[in-house]
Design a protein around this ligand. Structure first.
Ligand SMILES: [Zn+2]
Length: 494
């Protein structure tokens, strides 16, 4: 937006960057879609929005992955970054999204500048150390993290023993500041039980951690400024993307506009809470930069009965396959309405299909067909005046209240449900009033009722826009131009 336009404010939202060693899974898809819905909603509300996503492309796991596939590291990460971009398009993610790759020169320069700043401030030092490292997590493990001597998340991987001179980040220096920060920002992490996890985590004490590897052992990453024998730890590098995308180390321009003067929001999965809500926040403090305003934590999408999705169990859902079978908006609907806002939720194809049939085929799709059939066959068109009147009705007011509450608390399940409340109401209105019968005996009354239904559909379409953008545009076109859909919006799946 141009400077002459007044906006409600500046709003920054980012997903985490998926690590490009595999095709993105359903959990990634959920994170992208939810962030997209918030970005679109905020824009419609009048905010100037910066929406960021991208790919995390350094580290041991990718170095090993490339070797295994006989590719150069760059070829390997290019391939998977392409997969992520492809999925963004398939999921209907706004084309205005900013896509940053941690192999971008802009990111590399920002990360080096960030390192220098933290070092100048005295929070980086060098020492000899020995540690156990899980390449699966790209994370150092202490004995208390391990189960039977193995990483509980990657029990089939041998831990790597690191014994070398590394650079360390003085994480321990931020215990008090982080604790105070959590105490004085009760909605910093959403939901609150995830904030409590962070308070607990910091209360147990923070250990300084290694932020570099010897280049001879791990060459795939960003060189430590002034010491080319060392490569930065992948997390220290990747987290900086959130501000590199805004032009950091330039503290003017987009960085000032969004990170300093705007509201900043980061989406992530629950396994990322520590990295985003603690480690990254300490890193920001160490570079004299403002903290993130909110970190929103998604639960996991699991297999049936809460078991982890895994290739070996054959219960992995591929978002691309679901889109091919059911369509983009079916996937969006599922991760917004059916998957718990913050808790773990199971995925099964039956559950997906049931949600599609009830919410989309029988719900929204059926309503649109019925209303447009009645309206077009009786020559009734949308009356803008009725729409205005309805907007003041208790029903519609209650709708906006629920929608606002959902978005304000980042509970997109509630925000989505609000639209389906309206859909249910319109269904009931047809059942109670039977306008298709009324119009035969009392033309004026029947037309008024159909006009009212068109107005409901108009409100539904308007508020579906951030949620199911493609469907919303179609419905809006039918309603505004009095068009009967040629085919059902969503075909029922048997
Ligand atoms: Zn692990």
């Amino acid at each position: 937006m141009s400077d002459t336009q007044t906006t409600k404010g500046n709003f920054y939202i980012t997903t985490t960057l998926p690590y490009v060693n595999a095709e993105p899974h359903l959990g990634h898809a959920m994170e992208f879609i939810r962030a997209d819905v918030v970005a679109r909603y905020k824009k419609i509300q009048g905010f100037d929005v910066f929406f960021n996503t991208g790919t995390d492309e350094h580290g041991m796991k990718l170095y090993e992955g490339a070797k295994k596939e006989g590719k150069t590291e760059q070829e390997y990460v290019d391939f998977y970054a392409g997969k992520v971009k492809e999925l963004l398009k398939l999921m209907g993610i706004s084309e205005e999204v900013n896509f940053i790759r941690t192999t971008d020169e802009k990111h590399i320069q920002a990360t080096k500048a960030f390192w220098n700043k933290v070092s100048e401030n005295g929070y980086i030092y060098k020492k000899n150390y020995k540690a156990k490292y899980c390449v699966g997590c790209e994370e150092e493990k202490t004995d208390s993290d391990l189960v039977d001597g193995k990483c509980p998340i990657h029990p089939n991987r041998e831990l790597e023993i690191i014994e070398e001179e590394n650079y360390f980040f003085k994480y321990s220096a931020f215990e008090d500041r982080l604790t105070k920060f959590y105490e004085s920002n009760s909605t910093f992490v959403i939901p609150d039980f995830r904030l409590n996890e962070m308070k607990e985590f910091v209360r147990h004490g923070l250990q300084d951690f290694s932020i570099s590897r010897l280049k001879t052992k791990m060459p795939w990453g960003i060189e430590v400024p002034g010491d080319p024998d060392h490569i930065m730890y992948v997390w220290f590098d990747a987290l900086v993307n959130y501000i590199a995308t805004l032009g950091y180390p330039d503290l003017e321009g987009d960085f000032k506009k969004y990170w300093i003067e705007g509201e900043t929001v980061q989406y992530c999965g629950k396994d990322n809470n520590r990295f985003q809500s603690s480690m990254w926040q300490a890193m920001l403090m160490s570079a004299d930069l403002p903290n993130t305003n909110h970190v929103i934590i998604d639960g996991f999408i699991t297999g049936e009965g809460g078991v982890k999705m895994s290739k070996s169990l054959g219960n992995v859902a591929n978002p691309k396959d679901l889109i091919a079978e059911y369509g983009t908006d079916a996937l969006r609907y599922f991760v917004l309405r059916e998957v718990g806002a913050f808790e773990d939720s199971p995925f099964t194809e039956e559950r997906f299909k049931a949600s599609y049939n009830s919410g989309l085929a029988n719900g929204l799709g059926n309503l649109v067909s019925r209303v447009m059939r009645m309206a077009t066959s009786n020559g009734v068109v949308l009356n803008g005046k009725i729409s205005e009147e309805l907007k003041q009705s208790d029903l519609v007011k209650a709708f906006y209240e629920k929608q606002n509450k959902g978005f304000a608390s980042y509970n997109l399940q509630i925000a989505t449900e609000a639209v389906w409340d309206l859909i249910s109401f319109a269904d009931k209105y047809i059942q109670d009033n039977q306008p298709f019968k009324t119009i035969k005996v009392d033309k004026e009354k029947g037309e008024r009722e159909l006009g009212e239904l068109l107005a409901y559909l108009d409100i539904i379409a308007e508020n579906l826009l951030p949620i199911l953008p493609e469907t919303a545009s179609k419905v809006s076109n039918y309603v505004k131009n009095g068009i009967m859909p040629e085919a059902p919006l969503f075909l029922r799946k048997e």
